[in-house]
Design a protein around this ligand. Structure first.
Ligand code: HPA
Ligand code: ZN
Length: 334
């Protein structure tokens, strides 16, 4: 099954590019940019990556991102991730980036996006890997601050597919961002958001009814509300589920208790994703393998998850169908 999963064609729909910063690259960039980081060795970094909740992780994630200064740094970061995609048979990636994490440190929006874009173009040319960019607003900051970011994005609108909402969920409900999501939709951005990772089912309701998102990042806590589950199914809204992230951030206490199988059994459209792979101990294939082994998922479950990753991507319909057929052909031949 490991081999089957590794070579299976798939898409990744929930990946924070800042969360793919490996300790080795963090050290190299700290040196290149003469930035102090609070670690003396890779071992010390790995020791620090023990999280008790989302906030615990976010503090370390924002501190790690401080080594990203120049356009070249964002290029190196994105290229490292897309190289992984090539190794893992990820044919399409929908990549989140957090502009405010950088603009708040004095890094220009264009420095961030130009570096990322250069790597995206190169991966498309070299390997045929397609990608979309999702600009995520930080929900611990104000809606006014998100509006500033939206304004900054305008010269690069043609490079950005969607907006998202991430960072500290508890205490920062989707309702805080209704206006900026409405404005984003008017500009042509697709709408996505993290909801129900640590926050309650109520936040997922707000995300689907108020923000009007087309896909939910995480969404685990929708399972506490049967009516919500029914609505998610009826409206054909997919969840981007992140098993190793859920384990590392204590959204689940044990992978054996992960609700993925329950979601599938209820008819929820789920996909598998790595979230912040440099921090949570595995890229996309490892997420597939760990959850398949732990929950004893069947080959049919794994194939369905890969098909869902294309079906619920933001690709245009013909390309979706083509990639879904590729999964079916692979399953027939392997
Ligand atoms: N949740 C919320 N915000 C984030 C995450 C996450 O899993 N990863 C990076 N920013
Ligand atoms: Zn996430």
């Amino acid at each position: 099954m490991k081999n089957f999963i590794s070579k299976l064609p798939k898409a990744e729909l929930h990946l924070h590019i800042e969360g793919s910063l490996e300790p080795e690259l963090m050290f190299a960039l700290a040196q290149r940019n003469r930035i102090e980081i609070p670690y003396n060795s890779i071992e010390e970094v790995k020791e620090a990556y023990k999280f008790s909740c989302l906030q615990d992780f976010l503090n370390i994630y924002y501190s790690g991102a401080s080594v990203l200064i120049q356009e070249e740094d964002f290029y190196d970061l994105t290229m490292a991730y897309l190289t992984k995609c090539n190794e893992e048979n990820i044919l399409h990636a929908e990549i989140m980036f957090d502009p405010q994490t950088h603009t708040h440190r004095g890094i220009a929006f264009e420095t961030v996006i130009n570096g990322i874009q250069k790597a995206r173009n190169e991966a498309q040319e070299k390997w045929g890997i397609s990608s979309f960019l999702i600009m995520s607003f930080l929900r611990h900051l104000s809606e006014d601050d998100a509006f500033v970011t939206l304004e900054q994005s305008l010269p690069f609108k043609h490079l950005i597919k969607a907006v998202g909402l991430d960072s500290s969920e508890k205490g920062n409900p989707p309702s805080k961002f209704y206006k900026v999501f409405e404005a984003s939709a008017k500009l042509g951005y697709v709408l996505l958001a993290h909801a129900g990772e640590e926050g309650p089912a109520e936040y997922v309701w707000e995300a689907i009814d108020g923000l009007k998102i087309v896909r939910i990042d995480h969404g685990n806590n929708c399972l506490t509300d049967e009516k919500l589950v029914n609505q998610i199914i009826q409206r054909d809204i997919a969840l981007t589920v992140c098993p190793l992230s859920n384990l590392e951030l204590k959204v689940v206490t044990d992978l054996k208790l992960h609700p993925l199988k329950t979601m599938l059994d209820k008819g929820i459209k789920a996909t598998i994703n790595s979230d912040d792979p440099a921090y949570f101990g595995g890229y996309l294939n490892q997420n597939f393998i760990s959850i398949q082994e732990t929950l004893n998922l069947s080959e049919a479950d794994v194939v369905l998850l890969a098909k869902n990753s294309f079906e619920y991507s933001l690709l245009e319909e013909n390309r979706k169908q083509e990639l879904m057929r590729l999964v079916e052909d692979y399953a027939l031949k392997n």
